[in-house]
Design a protein around this ligand. Sequence first.
Ligand SMILES: NC(=O)c1ccc[n+]([C@@H]2O[C@H](COP(=O)([O-])OP(=O)(O)OC[C@H]3O[C@@H](n4cnc5c(N)ncnc54)[C@H](O)[C@@H]3O)[C@@H](O)[C@H]2O)c1
Length: 260
Amino acid sequence: MAGELAGKVIFLTGGGQGIGRECARAYTQAGATVAVADINLAAAEDAVATTLGGHGLAVACDVASSASVQEAIAATLARYGRLDVIHNNAGISSPSKPLHETTNEQWERVFDINLKSIYYTTLHGIEALKASRGSILNTASMVGLLGQENHAAYVATKGAVIALTKAMALDYAPFGIRVNAFCPAAVWTPLLREWVQEQPNPAGTEDFLNHIHALGFCPKADVVADVAVFLLSDRARFMTGVALPISGGAELGYRRLGTA
Ligand SMILES: NC(=O)c1ccc[n+]([C@@H]2O[C@H](COP(=O)([O-])OP(=O)(O)OC[C@H]3O[C@@H](n4cnc5c(N)ncnc54)[C@H](O)[C@@H]3O)[C@@H](O)[C@H]2O)c1
């Protein structure tokens, strides 16, 4: 298929819903073949069948398990014989708590899924990426650059993803492998809806989410998917180690309430 990502095989974690599913759609439209790796196999299968029109592979994968990631990448290589991109996107947002209220179990879970997963996909996928001179894309977050109240462990994982992106970009540049991250502020997905429900005033939180973006609204995941296609395309061939905001200006300066 013609397109900016023609011929590329993309291993995408957390592609069953939300940002991942929208990226899978955009990658496929740009000519790539996507292995949708998700802990929720039914969601991955539905994504391939409905969103991708049957083109692609649904594969069960718990990104917090080295063995599971190894199997999922092996299944992708067995099916397509190559790997051009690993997009580390799977993530969880809970708990919405300050650090001292975060349990040891919650801390470990969010770090395993949001951060250690990148270690596992790299461990099991780097040789294939060296062969293709491929690319790695990490879904980070603006909170990893700015901080966020009442969300300590999650914020720490996203800050670490951004730092890790830079370290990996340097380590893999000699192999022609670019490593980038993007940083959405808020995007309407099931994860964001769950986070809203954890807030003391969910209805007011929706207004807040519209207001934090200088452009005046909280977007859907299509805005993220378009940038992801760009970062994986040859147009971004001289970009590596970036943490690109996709935030409608959420991080810019001092703004007055009620002017959005
Ligand atoms: N939605 C936002 O506002 C927002 C903002 C900034 C960053 N992000 C990041 O974007 C990424 C995607 O978020 P989303 O909003 O689309 O979330 P989502 O909950 O809508 O979708 C996440 C997907 O990841 C899968 N997943 C969860 N745990 C997994 C595991 N252990 N192994 C494999 N798959 C697993 C889920 O089954 C689901 O399909 C996350 O890394 C999140 O932190 C989201």
